[in-house]
Design a protein around this ligand. Structure first.
Ligand code: NAP
Length: 295
């Protein structure tokens, strides 16, 4: 069964989404503010709509991938309530939960059924069996179009009816990205300070990240239960390690200032009497209120 689908926003990600629909045989209409970006997709079989109104009218399912929710509303502004006629709007941009709720209210006002989604991967991974996308909002949209949406990635998940859940999970899961990458870049600079190739550490770094992944269920259980008393690694162990970072930074002439707020979290946990607890107790430091009052 092929579902006509419209893709609005043909940047790096939107183009990958449209290509996946075309490859899967869905009649695909595309629209982009800068119209020239539609041409390569038209050459692959997409219908390039002249106006945003024509783009929405072409399909029961409208998938948008613009930079922000605000940009999405701005691009869709000319489309009237009558044009929407209960069509399904699926957003796949990044954003925060408050913006997702605002988008849901906008969709409601405009007569569109709304599902907010997030692509947890890069454009090149769109369409692969393992690629994760999650959605939240109007379950009828997910139920009606799950099979079509699965074309974008085999790991397609409905999180619940709250339209901000996809944004919430996107931000919660995405929080590891920058600290992890900065840690890798610090390691890269460390190797370069000795004239070594960064590529020589990739296999070891990947194994290290696998090890961290394997610990996440254990940490999640500690945090969910609030029991940090059976540590695999303690706060004190990490405090001892911080001194090594400082001396390596001096030796390799690397700016390790980004560690300061992390070390501050460790110190606050120890000061509150949690030095011997699991490192996952840092979650309580991040939550702040009354932390350590009972120790
Ligand atoms: N690229 C990734 O690796 C990746 C991964 C996961 C999620 N995402 C998310 O996907 C979304 C799009 O990312 P991208 O990489 O595709 O970005 P991009 O290549 O910069 O494309 C941005 C798109 O938004 C359109 N746009 C922006 N403001 C607009 C406005 N006011 N009116 C109309 N169109 C507007 C642009 O139109 P013009 O062509 O006319 O400028 C373009 O089509 C972002 O929220 C991003 O965080 C991206």
């Amino acid at each position: 069964m092929s579902t006509p689908v419209t893709v609005v926003g043909l940047g790096l990600m939107g183009t990958a989404l449209a290509e996946a629909f075309i490859i899967a045989g869905h009649p695909t209409t595309v629209w982009n503010r800068t119209a020239s970006k539609a041409s390569p997709l038209a050459a692959k079989g997409a219908n390039a709509a002249a106006t945003i109104e024509d783009a929405v009218a072409a399909s029961p399912l409208i998938v948008t991938c613009l930079t922000t929710f605000e940009d999405t509303r701005s691009a869709l502004a000319p489309v009237s309530v009558a044009d929407w006629d209960a069509r399904a709007l699926v957003t796949l941009n990044s954003g925060n939960p408050a913006d997702a709720r605002e988008m849901a209210a906008w969709a409601d006002d405009h007569g569109a059924r709304f599902l907010a989604g997030a692509v947890k991967n890069v454009p090149a991974a769109v369409g692969l069996p393992d690629t994760l996308l999650y959605y939240s909002g109007d379950q009828s949209v997910f139920d009606d179009y799950e099979k079509t949406l699965t074309v974008l990635g085999g790991d397609t998940v409905f999180l619940g009816e709250d339209p901000d859940l996809a944004a919430l999970y996107e931000m919660a899961v995405g929080g590891t990205l920058l600290p992890t990458l900065v840690g890798f870049y610090q390691g890269a600079a460390t190797l370069q300070s000795r004239g070594l190739q960064v590529s020589s550490m990739v296999r070891f770094s990947a194994k290290w990240l696998d090890m961290i992944s394997s610990l996440l269920p254990i940490f999640a259980k500690e945090i969910d239960t609030g029991d940090y008393s059976q540590p695999l690694s303690t706060v004190d162990t990490f405090i001892a390690g911080a001194a090594h970072d400082a001396s390596l930074g001096a030796e390799a002439d690397i700016d390790i200032a980004w560690h300061a707020p992390l070390n501050d979290l460790l110190r606050r946990a120890a000061d509150a009497g949690h030095g011997g607890d699991s490192i996952s107790v840092l979650t309580e430091v991040l939550k702040g209120a009354e932390f350590g009052a009972d120790k």
